[in-house]
Design a protein around this ligand. Sequence first.
Ligand code: NOJ
Length: 528
Amino acid sequence: MTIVSSAQPWWQAATIYQIYPRSFADANGDGVGDLNGIADRLDYLVDLGIDTIWISPIFPSPMADFGYDVADYTGIDPRFGTLADFDALLAKAHARGLRILLDFVPNHSSNQHAWFQQSRTSRDDPKRDWYIWRDPAPDGGPPNNWISDFGSPAWTYDAATGQYYSRAFLPEQPDLNWRNPAVRAAMLDAMRFWFDRGVDGFRLDVLWHIVKHAGFPDNPPNPDYHPGMGEMHRVHQLHSTDQPEVHVIAAEMRELADRYGAVLVGEIYLPVPKLMTYYGSADLPGVHLPFNFQLIEARWNAADLAARIVEYEAALPPGGWPNWVLGNHDRPRIATRVGPAQARVAAMLLLTLRGTPTLYQGDELGLPDARIPTDRVQDPRELREPGLGLGRDPVRTPLPWDAAGGFTIGEPWLPVDPAHLPLNVAAQAADPASMLALYRRLLALRRATPPLATGAIDTVTASGDVLRYDRSDGTTRYRILLNLGDTPVPVPVPVPVGTVGAVLTTDPSGTADPHLLRPAEGVIVKVS
Ligand code: NOJ
């Protein structure tokens, strides 16, 4: 495990790697990745230099949303393995100093969950109030104008009992009613189940969604809406998300997690000031790490990045620990967003900012979004609102382990893009100029260098295409200079030589020029 001082929780010095389990490694040849596949590849993650794995949902699921529709919160889907496989994976990971976070989905279950099956049987059923049921509007339509994140009304009519149920995502994902204490108790029990098995924390899916306004008022229309945005943006989610009561629930989860020394990472897509409220307060602590998606939202230029870093750092509440995310299974990949050259700069940015970084599987290889033939589309979001570029399959294809693919001996559930094959792990592991080699160097340096792992950040400035900041622990100071442009720039501050000087460059040559930042080059310089 990472050695940190007792005053510093382990997750502050951690580096998190997200595994999308369907596409990481398939041990049994059925074309879908599994727990034994992950167990077989742990040494890859150790060599990469990360220390914490977050695994997207592995619980029993009809897979309407590929695991984000959970039919049993305390089991393992047979496609991924068994509970014994999970215990073995956890033990093997811990033996290598790797921690494991699971992906808890509190907002909704699957419509196949026994709770919902029971809830829908009658209006008087004891489980009725475990979900959110409302009468139709006077015209028989949905109770209000809330829109699902995947388009169409956020309500599904159930003829059996003549009411609508709320579902912020698919009809197969009915929203749990967190205002019901029995739901809270049952869900906290499920978390406890995994903590007792030794799990090191959770990523909490759409945490800001879990409580809805008790009066169910209409959401205000979004005057900036245009159809290319996706239908969910017709309205602002004012009343369907981010209600004050969510913080009471987060505090209950936090209290439980803290008893186990575990970490809670909250998935929250909100502007920075709102995001900060999810850290909670001294009286009502929130999650340890409300995911910070600034690097996903940023326009890729020095001024925008500097402004976002400064805004985020300044907004952190006392004791709030920062975190940074470069990509995930829902958003276009960094190499596609900024191009392959700038993706190397992005790697250095992610791993030199102050705070816990999260990187998404495949980004360490510089994979671009995969092309998916139309007849192979799987993502329910793309199937419901096709052609808007909202589909998530392109970032969920199997990891290329070798020149032939190496993910499965069977037919992979999503096709491997031939353009990914030359970027395979085996080839990059043998090439010191590769993206994988750069990630390994950056992660090794971060691990070995306290100012980079946990030191302060200051002098965040943009000048032209260059983003610059310092990391220091009071005695040693490192300067990070990133050229966000595609022309060479004279180094704005002298790079000293000797015991101090350039310690790492993103340039494939591996050698920094003391006077020049090449196009899309980032350097880490020890200045004192
Ligand atoms: C956020 C997850 O990251 C996404 O993949 C999923 O579809 C929704 N939440 C619904 O659970």
